[in-house]
Design a protein around this ligand. Structure first.
Ligand code: ACM
Length: 558
C-alpha cells in the first residue's frame, strides 16, 4: 500500500498535479485518476430542468461563488431537453468552452451525488437539488481553500480540480449542530458563519437553542415581554462557584426579520433549522416575563436568571393559560420556520414547584399518576394534539431530550424523536425500542463546548480537557445496536452549551475542528472512518478557517 501511495505521489509530482485531495467528510467511494480539469477561458455549467425546485439557485450560487473566488468566467446554461446529457447536446455550446454537466437520475438517494472529474469535462449526477449542492461542495473542496471560504486569493495561479470519480451519499440523514444562545447571544453574522462551515462539511440540521433560564432570544408577537423582559439580565457572566454575576446589563434577541433572513440563508445551504424552546424547565426567563400565568408562585419575585445550573423556577403546567402560551409560541415558530421539526426541550426539569402547588397536585390526580414527570408529558401531549389539528403544511414533528423517557410516554405516542444526550447510547436504544426515532448527541464526547485539551491556556469552559479531536472522532454511533433498531437512528449531532462562552471567537475555537469530526461520523460509512487518515486530511482546514475568518483549536495542526 505504501509503495502504491509513493508511486502515486511521484506521478503527481511528475505531472505537476500535486494538488492535495483532502475531503471532509470522506466520500463513500472515491477513485483518483490521472490529470486534472482546468478552469480557464469560459466554463459552462449545463443543467437540466428538474421538477423539484431549487436547482436554479444551486447552480446560480455556484456560478457566483466561482466568479468571486477565482475570477474565471463561469456561466450557466439550463437545457430544456433530456435527463442525460451527451456530448451532442454540448455541441450547441461554443467550441472550446469547458463544461460542467449536471444530469438527473431519479433513482439516486435524496442527498446522493456522483461526481466525475476528467480533463475534458466534469459530470455530476443527482436526484435532487441537495445532491447537486453536495457535489458542488465536494468540487469546491477539491480546489484551493479560498474557494470554499468564498474569498479571492491572488496567490493562486491555476484553478484546477484533480481527476476523480466519486460516488457519495451520507450514512445518516441527520447531521446536526446545536448552539445554545440562551446563555450568551452572538447575533446573526455569527450564525451565518456557522451555517457556512456546517455546509462545507455537508451538515444539514442547525438546532437553535433559543430559550433558557438566562435569556429568551426570539421575538414572539403575541408575548412581547418575552423579549422586552426575558431577553435581558443583570449580568454578562453567569455565576458559578467563585464567579459572581458582574452586574453588567446583558442580552439580545432575534427579531422576526432576523429569523427570516437566517432561515433563507440556511435553506440555500440545505440546512434545516430546528428551533428549540426549552419548556417547561429551563424557562425562568419566560417565567420572569409573565409570572402571572407562567409561574407556580406568582406572588414571589421572578427575574431572568444570573447563574449557571438548573433553575427550579419552571412553568406551571397546570395553568391553562400556560398551556395556551405554549401553543401560541409553537404557532409562531411554525410560521417562522418552514421545516420539519420543532424541539420542545424537556431536559433537567425539576418538579419541586409542581409538588408544592395545589393546581399541579390536583392535575396529577386527575391524570391518574403519582409521578410528577407525567405532568410534563401531559403538557407536551396538549401541544402535540394542537399541532395535529393543523393543515399538512403546518405539521411539525416534535423532538425532546431523553429525560422525557423517565415518564410514561404512552400519551405522547411513538411518533416523536428523542435526542439522546445523557447515557446517550442506552437512552437511544430505549427510545428505539419504544418505537421512537432517535438522534445521538452524547454529552461525552459530542458536547464540543467542553475543553478540547488540558493546556492551561485553554479558554474557560466545561470539562477537563478529555474531549480531544481524537476522542470526538472515535465515538462510534450506533455501535452494537441490533439491526432491527437501525431504522430508528436518524443520525448524530454535536451540541454547544455556552454558560462559559461569551465571545463568538471562543465558540469557533472550541467548535473547530471537532465539528468536522462529527460531520464525518454523520456522513462517511463506518468502515471507511480512520482517525489518522482524518488527521491528515484535516491539516488543510487550518487555511480554510483562516481565510474564512473563524478561530479554531490549533492542537492537532502541524
Ligand atoms: C442538556 O445537556 N441539558 C440537554
Amino acid at each position: 500500500m505504501k509503495k502504491i501511495l509513493f508511486a502515486l505521489l511521484c506521478l503527481f509530482s511528475l505531472t505537476g498535479i500535486a494538488q492535495e485531495i483532502s475531503l471532509i467528510p470522506q466520500p463513500a467511494v472515491m477513485k483518483v485518476n490521472d490529470g486534472k480539469f482546468l478552469f480557464k477561458g469560459k466554463v459552462v455549467v449545463c443543467y437540466p430542468k428538474i421538477k423539484e425546485s431549487g436547482i436554479d439557485a444551486v447552480v446560480e450560487n455556484f456560478v457566483k461563488e466561482m466568479n468571486t473566488t477565482t475570477g474565471v468566467k463561469v456561466v450557466k446554461n439550463r437545457l430544456k431537453n433530456g435527463k442525460k446529457l451527451g456530448f451532442d447536446v454540448l455541441k450547441s455550446n461554443k467550441k472550446g468552452d469547458a463544461h460542467i454537466v449536471l444530469s438527473l437520475d431519479e433513482n439516486m438517494g435524496a442527498e446522493a451525488y456522483k461526481l466525475s472529474v476528467a480533463p475534458e469535462r466534469i459530470d455530476i449526477t443527482a436526484a435532487t437539488a441537495a445532491g447537486f449542492f453536495y457535489a458542488f461542495q465536494t468540487l469546491k473542496q477539491l480546489m484551493p481553500r479560498n474557494v470554499m471560504a468564498g474569498v479571492p486569493d491572488e496567490n493562486v495561479k491555476e484553478w484546477s480540480v484533480p481527476a476523480v470519480f466519486i460516488e457519495d451519499e451520507p450514512r445518516f440523514g441527520w447531521r446536526g449542530f446545536m448552539l445554545d444562545e440562551g446563555r450568551h447571544f452572538y447575533g446573526k453574522e455569527e450564525i451565518k458563519k456557522i451555517l457556512d462551515v456546517m455546509a462545507a462539511y455537508k451538515m444539514n440540521r442547525f438546532h437553535w437553542h433559543l430559550t433558557e433560564d438566562q435569556g429568551w432570544r426570539i421575538e414572539i408577537k403575541k408575548y412581547p415581554k418575552l423579549t422586552e423582559v426575558g431577553a435581558w439580565r443583570d449580568s454578562k457572566v453567569l455565576g458559578w462557584g467563585d464567579v459572581k454575576p458582574d452586574g453588567q446589563r446583558y442580552g439580545g434577541y432575534y427579531t422576526r426579520k432576523d429569523v427570516k433572513e437566517i432561515v433563507e440563508y440556511a435553506k440555500e445551504r440545505f440546512i434545516e433549522i430546528v428551533p428549540e424552546v426549552d419548556i417547561p424547565g429551563h424557562s425562568q426567563a419566560a417565567v420572569a416575563s409573565y409570572p402571572e400565568f407562567l409561574s407556580c408562585d406568582p406572588e414571589n419575585k421572578h427575574e431572568v436568571w444570573l447563574w449557571q445550573g438548573v433553575s427550579g423556577d419552571v412553568i406551571n403546567v397546570a395553568n391553562p393559560k400556560a398551556v395556551q402560551f405554549a401553543k401560541d409560541v409553537v404557532d409562531e415558530l411554525i410560521e417562522l420556520f418552514p421545516f420539519g421539526y420543532i424541539h420542545l426541550g424537556g431536559d433537567e426539569c425539576p418538579t419541586g414547584k409542581w409538588e408544592r402547588n395545589a393546581e399541579c397536585q390536583a392535575l396529577l390526580k386527575e391524570i391518574g399518576s403519582t409521578n410528577y414527570r407525567d405532568l410534563q408529558i401531559h403538557f407536551y401531549r396538549q401541544i402535540k394534539e394542537h399541532i395535529a389539528q393543523k393543515p399538512a403544511d403546518k405539521q411539525r414533528k416534535l423532538i425532546f431530550w431523553n429525560e422525557v423517557l423517565h415518564g410514561n410516554t404512552e400519551p405522547l405516542g411513538d411518533d416523536i424523536t428523542i435526542m439522546a444526550w445523557i447515557g446517550a447510547d442506552r437512552a437511544a436504544v430505549d427510545a428505539a425500542k419504544r418505537g421512537m426515532n432517535t438522534i445521538l448527541s452524547p454529552q461525552i464526547p459530542y458536547y464540543i463546548n467542553r475543553r478540547q485539551s488540558k493546556l492551561e491556556t485553554e479558554p474557560l469552559s466545561q470539562g477537563y480537557g478529555d474531549e480531544t479531536v481524537e476522542r470526538v472522532y472515535s465515538y462510534k454511533p450506533m455501535n452494537d445496536v441490533p439491526a432491527e433498531l437501525h431504522p430508528k437512528y436518524m443520525g448524530v449531532q454535536a451540541n454547544f452549551w455556552t454558560e462559559w462562552v461569551e465571545e463568538p471567537e471562543v465558540v469557533q475555537y472550541l467548535m473547530l475542528p471537532r465539528l468536522a469530526a462529527v460531520a464525518e461520523a454523520g456522513w462517511t460509512p463506518a468502515e471507511k472512518r480512520d482517525y489518522n487518515d482524518f488527521l491528515q486530511r484535516l491539516q488543510g482546514e487550518a487555511k480554510y478557517y483562516q481565510l474564512k475568518g473563524v478561530d479554531y483549536g490549533k492542537h492537532v495542526f502541524k
